[in-house]
Ligand binder design. Structure first.
Ligand code: A2P
Length: 335
């Protein structure tokens, strides 16, 4: 591709879209032009990029003329409706929704793990699920060291994973409770303030949710491990930003804590934060706003042979979404 690229963000006013804009700015992405696209409701609003105001335009089928890379984060329905028009106009689509992730023709990429897959794209590259990205940022280096077979995991997912309205819901409910008012619910089926909900995404016939099965299906594709198994419970917690995942992993080969820590320390994009003697372990409040994920509480699992348990936290709006998408765009720019 040429040195400077015309990039469009579809969903530029959303929780992830805003982070995409900031990430392009922070990483000094080589841009010739930035187009900001959202629904009709947002057309005419402005957002600032590198000190300049850019007017948001309504996303239409004709939005992609001259666009080299289109970053989509406007929901799966919008991706399904508009991605083909972006590809038709010659853009490479990096899609943050789940619309194309299981499509064999569409690479699913975490650049630290499988950047090489970007080159096989046919117009669309999918950005994985946020909890999956954060989990495998820790799991993949351990897999390279010991060979992963299966995991059991529980997620602790922040409300911003439900978009900007998730944040509004939690803050409003906290205000209502402290003012002694009736709690109103618009995003979640139950009160999220001072509560936890074992329910993220739609339930399947198996009893798992769609979100829970993304971990197994997407990790298999990203790590090229068709036999990998994951039994996951996804939980929404009253945290504004950054997802945490408690993981118990079983490996093919014997594990050692020191080799596990070395594997994490030499891996890109993940930091070891594991000093329990001083109460140091990753926390959402400590990780929110950071590019790197953090892993701690690494211990020999007492229920598995060749097992490790650990706690990994990542900013799901950044590494779990916007940052990963921009990193993919950087790989596309190298082609
Ligand atoms: P808008 O702000 O105009 O509604 P979030 O994930 O935070 O809820 O954000 C979703 C993003 O996707 C927003 O930028 C939203 O724009 C955009 N969006 C949602 N539906 C559409 C649509 N049908 N066409 C274009 N953009 C959409």
């Amino acid at each position: 591709m040429s040195n400077e690229l015309h990039v469009a963000i579809a969903g530029a006013t959303g929780a992830v879209g805003i982070e995409m804009l900031k990430t392009l700015e922070n990483r000094n992405f080589p841009l010739s032009k930035l187009s900001l696209l959202a629904s009709k409701r947002s057309a005419g609003k402005t957002q600032t990029f590198k000190g300049e105001k850019i007017t948001v335009q309504e996303l239409t089928r004709d939005s992609f003329k001259g666009v080299d890379i289109a970053l989509f984060s406007a929901g799966g329905g919008t991706s399904k409706e508009y991605a083909e028009f972006a590809v038709g106009a010659g853009s490479v689509v990096v899609d943050n929704s789940s619309a194309f992730r299981s499509d064999d023709e569409v690479p699913l990429v975490v650049p630290e793990i499988n950047a090489v897959d970007v080159a096989s794209h046919k117009g669309i590259i999918a950005n994985p699920n946020c909890s999956t990205i954060v989990t495998i940022m820790a799991l993949y280096p351990l897999h390279c060291a010991f060979g992963v077979k299966r995991i059991f995991a529980s997620t602790y997912q922040a409300v911003s994973g439900s978009g900007a309205m998730g944040i509004v819901e939690l803050e409003r409910q906290v205000d209502e409770i402290t003012a002694g008012k009736q709690v109103s619910k618009m995003v979640y089926p139950h009160q999220i303030a001072f509560n936890v909900l074992p329910h993220v995404d739609e339930f399947l016939e198996s009893g798992y949710t769609k979100e829970e099965m993304k971990m197994e299906n997407e990790a298999r594709k990203i790590m090229s491990l068709p036999d990998f198994k994951a039994s996951v419970t996804c939980v929404r917690v009253p945290v504004l930003r950054a997802h945490s995942i408690a993981v118990c992993a079983e490996f093919e080969r014997p594990v050692s804590i020191s080799n596990a820590k070395n594997a994490i320390e030499s891996a890109p994009g993940i930091d070891l934060n594991d000093d329990v003697a001083n109460n140091n372990y990753p926390l959402p409040l400590g990780v929110a706003g950071s590019d790197n994920c953090q892993v701690g509480r690494i211990r020999q699992d007492c229920a598995f042979d060749n097992g490790l348990s650990f706690w990994v936290v990542g900013d799901q709006l950044l590494k779990g979404a916007a940052l990963n998408a921009v990193q993919i765009a950087e790989e596309v720019a190298k082609l």
